[in-house]
Design a protein around this ligand. Sequence first.
Ligand SMILES: [Zn+2]
Length: 322
Amino acid sequence: LNLPWLDAPLAAVLRRRDEDRLPHALLLSGPRGIGKRRLADSLLASLLCLEPDEPGRERGGCGHCRSCRLLAGGAHPERFEVTFEDDSRQLKVDSIRALTDSLTLTTTISPRKVALIHPAEAMNRNAANALLKSLEEPPGDAVLILLSHDPSRLPATILSRCQRLHLELPDAEQARAWLRAETGLEQAAIDEALEAAAGRPLLARELLEQEAVGGLGKVRRALAALLGRPDAIGRCAAALESIEAERLWRWLSTAAADLLRSRLAGTNPGWDIPAGHLPAAPMARLQQQADRNRRLADSSVRQDLLLREWLLEWARLGASRN
Ligand SMILES: [Zn+2]
């Protein structure tokens, strides 16, 4: 599962399975972006697995039995899922009816059938009524896993028939450690993303990934176009002006460091610049200057002047194209 804050909830459900006290319907609730879906997938794999006592069940099944292999291939006949099918953003009654019909079939592979319904609050009224019948007279060997970020929108009749497992936000230190291991980024970037994601680690990672492809990519493209073109500084500065100063200096420093590393290792930096032709010493100075400027981001020093000065040095790294 590799989401340490969900180890305990997963273990709790598996313990109920071991004690033969598994509920017919389980409602996993909790905020978006903490891993409900990942927990549900692990749980589903563990509940279908044919070697439930093998080590690895906390990761979601043993990984090698027939059930685990069918799941990995996306073809397990006892795994069901109801979710959005089109743009309607509703779970419809036909999908729920098709599910409840399937749940009456006998199993052929696994000891039980498992269905995911998500997001459960998107069931329309007819869908909820159709599901209710299944919850009132559940097929003996079926487990329904409902996921919801907003269980208050579920009908009370559904809520009262589900065993509820509410997932909490991980504590800040746990979330930080996980993000550090996942992204390899420095503390400042991680703290910023966690704050923007209100403490939800998977959402924070998504933000960091978007930032990496969006923001840093933009900075790299602008820098690549500027090499050897001191006359293009105005255009480059305009392309970067929407980026908040502290973040921009962090990215400029990262870009210079990447390039310097590639230059010294004789490898390709992975973006559109021939690092091998650039002088190492001024590149190192530019990286240090970007770090110094970052510390001035909140000061009264004029950022536009600092940026132009830095970009001019950068432009001069490349052989003149004029
Ligand atoms: Zn297995």
